[in-house]
Design a protein around this ligand. Structure first.
Ligand code: HEM
Length: 478
């Protein structure tokens, strides 16, 4: 009898729990949508790999069924997904008021609980200023020659090889550059390979938080542990051998840490270093690889780009003098090309926030505590805004050159949390493209196909053969 009673009670509890899972409480009207299976939600469908350049099938299907705003459950969290430009705009504008930056636990465990994306208020502003100092225009102006040298040296090396895997090669180039700028790290003088620890990050970042050997999440956590140990040791070494003159970000951090009443802690500084190292090389190398792929597939765009860069060289007194900031700023078509590349790349497939209180938007209520996911691909591939949205057409940006975000362009986010690395990425892309198209030709050999899980990947890499242009004495290509 007792057993029957307990059995019935358990069944009632489970049924109630499943009912609540499917019908969450809300002081208003929730957006339409399905919360999926208990515990799993719709996580597996969301991560299911696809090879489309279009709006991810998971999103597209639900937009058709439910409209531009719908609910779901991902990695154990109820989420409202927004493909609505007005709601996206509202979310970005309300950062810190109605919404707050929030990322799934996998992110916080991997990037550190005190990473810049998880900090708010005063501490966040302080860190953001630090980063803007590091990657702002004044600093970037000084970096142009270093970026040009790095690109020239790498391209020279690659042109001596039969085949180069571009994603890996550009990732290594950018990592070396950023690591030098941040911590004066030089792979050639180190017994340990710092970058090795960041491999497999993209797969692990938004993944199921299962920390057991073999999972992408586990690999990421192990990589983080090793990288953080290395960074800690490097910072300690620097502390013991303080330089007279501040030369990199480490010196700056040490100086800040010594200031009386500073709000910076070593843990926060190390988390920031870790995020910057990762964010800088992984995203930009994907963008450069896709850019070169687009150029291979669109010879007319390539000749237009080449024309712009050759004309910059021709206008110089000395064709071998390095790129200047003024020349960089004059690359009108290149900026259109970069905007079009990142529009279609959709490197960041979802931007996450958390509702700080019940929020009313149009007919719907977003309950306090729920996550919201802004979906940039749905905005960037909207035919109402971008004619023939899947076509690669840099000229669609003519006359629309802007450095910021808009309701219809959010590759680098929007509002207060707009990506602090945007200009750094653009300089790196533009300078690399300048060196590539003025001095080299290339043939695509193999790979180049994309996979989204939903983050962008090149599962087989993109293998190219790079050849130096043979030039005649009058400077024209043969
Ligand atoms: C193609 C290249 C890049 C893309 C597509 C990209 C995209 C984004 C996006 C969409 C956000 C907004 C996230 C949010 O609102 O929650 C963001 C933020 C951020 N990005 Fe980038 N990014 C790129 C390059 C970089 C680089 C090179 C750096 C490093 C210097 C960087 C560092 C950051 C940081 C630290 C944040 C957090 C800012 C904050 O919370 O205020 N990004 N990025």
């Amino acid at each position: 009898m007792w057993v029957l009673c307990i059995g019935a009670l358990v069944i009632i509890c489970i049924t109630h729990w499943v009912y609540r899972w499917k019908n969450p409480r809300c002081n208003g009207k929730l957006p339409p949508g399905s919360m999926g299976f208990p515990l799993l939600g719709e996580t597996l469908q969301f991560f299911s790999p696809n090879t489309s350049s279009d709006i991810p099938p998971f999103i597209k299907k639900r937009m058709k069924r439910y409209g531009p705003i719908f609910k779901t459950n991902l990695v154990g969290r109820p989420v409202v997904v927004s493909t609505d430009p007005d709601l996206n705009y509202f979310i970005f504008q309300q950062e810190g008021h109605l919404f707050q930056s929030w990322y799934p636990d996998t992110f916080t465990e991997i990037f550190g609980r005190q990473n810049v994306g998880s900090l708010h208020g005063f501490m966040y502003k302080y860190l953001k200023n630090m980063v803007l100092n590091l990657f702002g225009p004044e600093s970037l102006k000084k970096m142009v020659p270093q970026i040009e040298q790095a690109a020239t040296r790498r391209l020279q090396q690659w042109s001596n090889q039969n085949s180069v895997e571009l994603k890996e090669a550009t990732a290594s180039m950018i990592f070396d550059l950023t690591a030098k700028k941040l911590i004066s790290y030089d792979q050639n003088n180190s017994s340990e390979n710092l970058r090795q620890n960041f491999v497999a990050f993209i797969q692990g970042l938004i993944s199921f938080p299962l920390d057991i050997p073999g999972t992408a999440y586990h690999k990421c956590l192990q990589g983080r542990k090793r990288a953080m140990n290395m960074l800690k040791n490097l910072l300690q070494e620097r502390r013991e051998n303080t330089k007279k003159q501040q030369s990199d970000f480490f010196d700056f951090v040490l100086e800040e840490l010594q200031k009386e009443g500073t709000i910076l802690t070593e843990a926060i500084a190390l988390d920031l270093m870790f995020v910057l190292l990762f964010a800088s090389f992984e995203t930009t190398s994907l963008a450069i690889t896709l850019a070169v792929k687009f150029l291979s597939d669109h010879p007319l765009v390539l000749s237009q780009l080449r024309e712009e860069h050759e004309s910059i060289v021709k206008q110089r007194e000395n064709p071998d003098s390095g790129l200047t900031w003024k020349e960089y700023k004059s690359m009108t078509f290149t900026f259109q090309f970069i905007s079009e590349t990142v529009r279609l790349a959709n490197i960041v497939p979802g931007i996450f926030r958390r509702a700080l209180r019940d929020i009313q938007f149009k007919d719907y209520t977003i309950p306090a505590g729920w996550a919201v996911m802004v979906c940039p691909p749905a905005v960037h591939l909207n035919p109402a805004k971008y004619e023939d949205p899947l076509a690669f057409n840099p000229s669609r940006w003519k006359g629309m050159e802007s450095n910021g975000a808009s309701k219809h362009f959010m590759a680098f986010g929007g509002g207060m949390r707009f990506c602090v690395g945007t200009d750094f990425t653009k300089v790196q892309m533009a300078v690399f493209l300048h060196c590539l198209v003025t001095k080299y030709r290339w043939d695509a050999i193999r790979g180049g196909n994309i996979l989204r899980t939903p983050g962008l990947q090149f599962p087989n890499g993109f293998h190219v053969q790079i050849m130096e242009n043979e030039t005649r004495k009058d400077g024209k290509d043969i």
